[in-house]
Write a protein that binds this ligand. Structure first.
Ligand SMILES: Nc1ncnc2c1ncn2[C@@H]1O[C@H](COP(=O)(O)OP(=O)(O)O)[C@@H](O)[C@H]1O
Ligand SMILES: [Mg+2]
Length: 238
């Protein structure tokens, strides 16, 4: 853990991040000197062609992969310096993650999917409190009437709203979303992103949203474009 200077308020401070993989025993550079600073409660979007490295960057920000060089600092913790256990703790306490394919547990109801996430993030809470907060998180995404539904009895948009409730239930300071609308039609996807941004702004959650949809990206505070492993800010002039 490398504490930054007190005045440094960034929730994400990635500097000169390079990420290479060995493919057929030759190094393949996926990310090339990527830097990204995100302030607390800031909402940023990342667009860019398929294969440009967007998901790889998200994996590094989540501490699910390690940078080859450079620094990934999230909440003043240098992820490269953390042990696997510390990284797991960091994810539980600091992150919500939303995936393209919703990754709900099929045998559990919506309520139990969300409650399980909170139980893992905050095992000190009593079960009635956990279930109460899970129900509130589902109500916040408009699913108060769907608590007892299993994922198979929910539409795609509803499943992703459960995914969003699960990501937000422990009130993380940072939400990472990798093409959360990729399996939804455009209208449903736009509604889910709108909901995500509303919740994030209410709770002062910083968001990094990866999306293919430039119209959705423009709803963020700032926009970045990934091109062949290089990240540049491309916030439109408003
Ligand atoms: N495990 C892996 N092995 C080999 N190549 C990979 C692996 N993961 C990602 N890549 C390559 O890294 C590049 C970036 O992938 P990714 O981060 O998934 O891009 P995006 O999310 O922008 O589509 C792609 O060329 C992809 O083929
Ligand atoms: Mg991707």
């Amino acid at each position: 853990m490398v504490p930054l200077h007190k005045t440094d308020a960034a929730i994400i401070d990635a500097k000169g991040v390079t990420y290479s993989l060995e493919v057929a025993s030759r190094p393949l550079r996926i990310l090339n000197s990527v830097s990204l600073r995100v302030a607390p409660a800031e909402v940023v979007a990342i667009v860019g062609p398929s294969g440009s490295g967007k998901t790889s960057l998200l994996m590094l920000l989540a501490g699910l992969e390690r940078a080859t060089s450079g620094q990934v600092v999230v909440r003043h913790q240098d992820l490269g310096q953390l042990s696997e256990d510390d990284l797991a703790r960091f994810r539980r306490k600091s992150l919500g993650i939303v995936f393209q394919s919703f990754h709900l547990i099929p045998s559990l109801t919506a309520l139990d999917n969300v409650a399980l996430a909170l139980e893992i993030a905050a095992p000190e809470l009593a079960m009635p409190t956990i279930r109460q907060r899970a129900a509130e998180a589902l109500a916040a995404v408009g699913l108060a009437e769907r608590l007892d539904h299993r994922p198979s009895a929910l539409s795609g948009g509803e499943q992703q709203r459960v995914g969003l409730a699960r990501a937000m239930v422990a009130n993380p300071p940072l939400l990472l979303a990798d093409e959360p609308t990729g399996n939804l039609d455009q209208t449903t996807g736009a509604l889910v992103v709108e909901l995500m941004f509303d919740l994030a702004r209410q709770n002062r959650t910083a968001v990094v949203l990866i999306t293919h949809d430039p119209a959705l990206a423009q709803r963020a505070d700032r926009v970045f474009t990934m091109t062949a492993g290089e990240l540049a800010e491309t916030t439109p002039v408003r």
